[in-house]
Design a protein around this ligand. Structure first.
Ligand SMILES: O=C(CO)[C@@H](O)[C@H](O)COP(=O)(O)O
Ligand SMILES: [Fe+2]
Length: 220
């Protein structure tokens, strides 16, 4: 079953606790948390204080997507705040193995992410170390952007490497996911679909989650 990870970037922050509980009751599998620093990406969003304050109100894993320069400096504080998975951009990590080991040392699941224009080869030699590979299907920074279809080829490539090398990380996609693109991503080999506006901008979140999951299910 393909997992759905609603991104709280598109939630109503004035009632974040209710928004998170709404998607949890609606069948979400992870809560995706977009952390942006205004340097690596042109937007500033969530810090560890928010992660810490939402943690007690959900039983779902907090999937923390770090879009920040020098992530090593902040991994301990996000781990302490309650992150279940910490995902770092390859583009921000000159010493990627060291950064992944740092996440592991905090007993948090590890993820690596690449932008749409970054080739899969850039993460080929770290795949055996991670629990999750996130392929951006938009350029990071904002919710509500259009899906970049060229990334599908990369999803297929990573899925093929996983099979050939008998690895067992999850493949997650993030950006522009809706019913139509969910099916394409699942077909290409994605296991986790991040969806921000396609869930939180809808009145009925359960229905939105079910429709995306059902579209992905057609490809399974
Ligand atoms: O990491 C990001 C954006 O940088 C995402 O997680 C967005 O929050 C996804 O939003 P939609 O494209 O689904 O609206
Ligand atoms: Fe994200």
């Amino acid at each position: 079953m393909t997992k759905i990870a609603p991104s709280i970037l598109s939630a109503d922050f004035s009632k974040l606790k209710n928004e998170i509980q709404d998607v949890e009751q609606g069948g979400a599998d992870y809560i995706h948390v977009d952390v942006m620093d205004g340097h690596f990406v042109p937007n500033i969003t969530i810090g560890p204080l928010i992660v810490e304050s939402i943690k007690p109100y959900t039983g779902l894993p907090l999937d923390v997507h770090l879009m920040i320069e020098n992530p090593d400096k902040y991994i301990p504080v996000f781990a302490e705040a309650g992150a279940s998975i910490i995902t770092v951009h390859q583009e921000t990590c000159p010493h990627l193995h060291r950064t992944i080991q740092l996440i592991k040392s905090h007993d948090v699941k590890t993820g690596v992410v690449i932008n749409p224009a970054t080739p899969a080869e850039m993460i080929r030699d770290i795949l055996q170390e991670v629990d999750l590979v996130l392929l951006m299907t938009v350029n990071p920074g904002f919710g509500g952007q259009a899906f970049i279809p060229e990334v599908l080829q990369k999803v297929k490539q990573i899925a093929a490497w996983r099979e050939n090398r008998q690895l067992n990380f999850e493949i997650e996609v993030d950006g522009g996911i809706n019913q139509k693109t969910a099916e394409l991503c699942a077909e290409a080999g994605a296991d986790v679909l991040v969806a921000g506006s396609a869930v939180f901008k809808q009145e009925n979140r359960r229905k939105a989650i079910e429709e995306i999951a059902c579209a992905a299910g057609k490809a399974e």
